[in-house]
Design a protein around this ligand. Structure first.
Ligand code: ZN
Length: 144
């Protein structure tokens, strides 16, 4: 079990899951390599921008940006968010499109272990959807 130093569990998993199966089991539902990638993205981004990256923001009611419960009304029914390997990210400094390009470059440079898929930025705009899918593309860009 790996816990990235920049995130609390509540930032990565829906509160309904944590309540249902507990903290330890929720950590286990999150993909370890993807969590390591989340930390790498944060570390590399911080080197340049000296600020962090949000995932869930419970104070704003944003609770489905990481691991989602099976019945979550947000997003598509078969969303990979339910697999624990997909996250919607929002840089604290608001440079969202820059973060999108930054993550693509990290993938192209082979800096990430597993995260390899993004949703086309123009289709999300307010966040960067990054996850894992079974693909050889680096990265796979999904157009919604
Ligand atoms: Zn997403």
């Amino acid at each position: 079990m790996y816990k990235p130093k920049n995130y609390e569990l509540s930032e990565l998993a829906h509160p309904q899951i944590i309540k249902a199966i507990g903290v330890k089991n929720t950590w286990r539902r999150l993909d370890e390599q993807c969590l390591r990638d989340m930390q790498t993205i944060n570390d590399e981004w911080r080197k340049i921008h000296n600020s962090g990256i949000y995932c869930n923001r419970l104070n704003l009611g944003l609770d489905s940006r990481g691991l989602r419960p099976p019945n979550d009304p947000d997003g598509s029914f078969y969303s990979t968010h339910k697999n624990g390997n997909t996250f919607d990210l929002e840089p604290v400094n608001g440079k969202i499109e820059e973060l999108y390009k930054f993550i693509i470059q990290l993938i192209k440079d082979g800096k990430l272990l597993k995260l390899n898929t993004l949703e086309n930025f123009a289709d999300t705009v307010k966040w960067v959807h990054v996850g894992y899918m079974n693909t050889t593309e680096k990265p796979l860009i999904i157009f919604l």
